[in-house]
Write a new protein. Sequence first.
Length: 274
Amino acid sequence: MSNKIYSIRALSNMHVGSGDNNYGVIDNLVQRDVVTKLPTIHSSSLKGALREFMRAEFPDVEINDTGKFEISKAVKAIFGGERQKGGYNFFDASLISIPVRSNKRPFYRATCPSLLEEFKNKIEVFCSEETKNELISTLDKFIALNQKEKPFIFENAKGVVLESFKAEICDEIEKAEYVVLEKYVGKNIALFSNEDFNEIAGKDALPVIARNCLENGQSTNLWYEEIVPRESRFLTVILSDGKSDSNFAKITEKPVQIGANATIGYGFCDVKPL
């Protein structure tokens, strides 16, 4: 089996619903990791979204002019079918960064030691020695930083405010190390403490959008939906037998829609191997 890390960058707001009942103000909640309570994309939701994308690329095939259709061999080889195991294994996509507003830039990409630690653990289990050599020491340096009471930024920009947090310039990271992490987290990184990051992305912290159903111009159903904002990034590991890699590469050629509400532009993502 070959292992690859994939980046999932939200090009538009995303709502991958948890399906949980909620008795507060928010009606529809996003999926969250059961341990950290931070946003995630469960492996079943990710696999389902990629499967639908690939079925559009390799349409179902009619069976002997009977009017019945079956899934194409290309899709079955990747995702499996009736009495057939697919050649790919999918894991949850874990949050690695989320945009935070700033007075100096439109946004910075916030991350925290607990997210980097989780990413490191996946690398140690699933990735090649080459990837480990590139990343482990760099991640350790970022994880070990002492953020004190302020988030760190890694550029010479004074007076930066991130949401309600005043940022501090960090000079403990070499440029080459920053560039390595930037590949996975995105440009303009801001490193928050775990506690402060929970204020940004934890329970009741994500943006909420009001949705309305109209009939003949009259509101019949008003509800509130939690979203993961565009430019959020997730990382996942996908294992493959290598036999269908050229077909699976289709997911990198145009946006993949993940989650609900595609008709109003939700959930369109750029998926790339790293």
